[in-house]
Design a protein around this ligand. Structure first.
Ligand code: FAD
Length: 485
């Protein structure tokens, strides 16, 4: 007999844990996560959560900013659901112990301050309260260091996942009445990223291998202000809130230059700022400058960022901090409806892996943590209704064969991953060309990998490139040019 659960959640970031918390009211939940539970992008989110919580602000304004940043490509009904769901999402986080600051901050693309933080490491604070909250539930079990290698599809339905524990060869079946993909984003497909190692687009590969299409996957958001120095495969982020507080982006002559590109300067949307820095970097290094801001204020508002920068011997109050744009967020992914359901019966998707239509061609800052909570609740409410009607749902998959997978030496896997990252950065990065995309596609296919992990990455990269090629005109985060500038 295989292991069986009512709800299988793949991933333990904000999306996975919030969904687990809500669904535990309606049945048994198993959370599968490929590393330790805290190893998720959520842990590193700094800025906060966008929400309209005061009379001076309005839902219409938050909607308008989201739609405008999304370059007219958002699904308005999804934006409405998320924007109007924000106060309830904040209330939920407070109810499980998150302490929210009294005053909101401002980030690029928002026409007013509406980004709520608990500290300058809001994502970490959220993950900690969520972990405590799910630990209090006795029908949620965790399988750490265990990854989903393939979804179980039987009779046209998703019935769980085939799983593999780290460093073991055996593939096991995990049967579930409903499966929820919460595997996060794909930044690690690019050599320069803010994302954690687990963010290699796994959920998107699982969905494609189960017969689903991806949507809006060409819209990869590049964050303009990551620390230029990489460590352990990722770049530390310098939150947009720093610019919201007056930080300037300066060139090698220590001149602020962003207003040449857009009148909103430091507070222009991320794609514009990223491209402006990308161009300026061709003439010399670019830095973030906060030396004109009162030091006490910086220390008070950004103690964790200051602490992290100390490891690089940098101090926001005294130093110019070297920055560079890097891959940050997948605006597209596995398409879902307004209830989080995918086109495959039994399969849902939530968080960064999903394409709900909220972000369109470019995500408005601090809308993603919000989207994850709102959709986690919606999925749970929708499944509560189906589960009560579906007590006898048959998930007997005893007769199904486990797939055979090929693994290669981990150093070889890492070397292929590095090569993929370089190809994607050079050919499918901040500025794209027809020729560059063609070359990248050829090179991705040429990698002679047999290991399933590398093949998953190749598959998602291929899909991204195909989506870019299908959109010859620039839109939002997808920027095409005839020449390499
Ligand atoms: C540095 C940084 C700062 C950010 N700041 C903000 C911010 O201020 N505000 C905001 O709204 N957004 C922010 N974002 C974006 C936001 O943090 C993410 O979009 C969000 O946390 C994604 O949550 P998630 O649960 O979907 O994915 P994650 O938190 O990435 O979790 C994904 C989980 O899936 C697991 N997983 C992956 N593949 C598999 C597999 N095959 N099998 C099993 N498990 C798997 C991973 O191990 C991980 O546990 C930031 C992102 C980064 C990287």
């Amino acid at each position: 007999m295989q292991k069986q659960t009512d709800y299988l959640i793949i991933g333990s970031g904000i999306a996975g844990l919030a969904t687990a918390y809500f669904l535990s009211e309606h049945g048994s939940v198993t959370v599968l996560t490929k590393s330790e539970v805290r190893n998720a992008n959520t842990y590193w989110a700094q800025g906060g959560i966008a929400a309209v919580l005061s009379k001076e602000d309005s839902f219409e304004s938050h909607m308008e900013d989201t739609l405008k940043t999304g370059a007219g490509h958002c699904k308005e009904s999804a934006v409405r659901q998320v924007v109007f769901g924000a106060p309830k999402a904040i209330k939920f986080l407070k109810s499980i112990g998150l302490k929210i600051e009294d005053e909101p901050m401002r980030e690029g693309g928002h026409s007013r301050a509406r980004v709520w933080r608990s500290s300058d490491f809001t994502g970490r604070d959220i993950l900690e309260v969520l972990i405590k909250a799910v630990q209090r539930k006795n029908n949620i079990s965790f399988l750490e260091k265990t990854e989903a290698v393939e979804l179980i599809v039987d009779e046209g339905e998703c019935k769980g996942a085939f799983t593999r524990k780290k460093n073991e060869d055996e593939i096991k079946k995990l049967a579930a009445k409903y499966t929820i993909l919460a595997t996060g984003g794909l930044g690690q497909l690019f050599s320069k990223t803010t994302n954690t190692r687990g963010s290699g687009g796994d959920g998107m590969a699982l969905a494609v291998n189960a017969g689903l299409e991806l949507k809006d996957i060409e819209f990869v958001q590049f964050h303009p202000t990551a620390l230029a120095i990489a460590k352990e495969g990722r770049h530390f982020l310098l939150s947009e809130v720093l610019r919201g507080m007056g930080a300037k982006v300066v060139n090698k002559r220590e001149e602020a230059f962003l207003s040449k590109f857009d009148e909103r300067a430091e507070l222009a949307p991320r794609d514009l700022v990223s491209r402006a820095i990308y161009v300026e970097e061709m003439t010399g290094p670019v830095h973030l400058d906060m030396r004109h801001i009162e030091a006490g204020m910086i220390r008070k508002k950004f103690p964790n960022i200051q602490k992290a920068l100390k490891e690089y011997d940098l101090d926001l109050t005294k130093d110019l901090v070297p920055i560079t744009p890097v891959a940050h967020y997948a605006c597209g992914g596995v398409p879902t409806d307004l209830k989080g359901a995918t086109m495959l019966p039994g399969l849902y998707a939530v968080g960064e892996v999903a394409c709900t239509g909220v972000h369109g061609a470019n995500r408005l800052a601090s809308n993603s943590l919000l989207e994850a909570i709102v959709f986690a609740r919606v999925i749970s409410e929708s499944l509560a209704k189906s589960a009560s009607m579906d007590v006898s749902k048959n998930v007997n998959i005893d007769s199904l064969e486990v797939p055979s997978i090929i693994t290669e030496d981990i150093n070889q896997v890492k070397a292929y991953g590095k090569r993929i990252g370089q190809i994607m950065w050079e050919g499918v990065g901040i500025v794209r060309t027809v020729e560059g995309l063609k070359k990248a596609k050829k090179e991705i296919v040429k990698i002679p990998a047999r290991d399933y992990r590398v093949q998953h990455r190749q598959l998602v990269c291929y899909k991204i490139i195909e989506a870019c090629q299908a959109r010859p005109q620039s839109l939002g985060a997808h920027y095409m040019t005839k020449e390499i500038i």
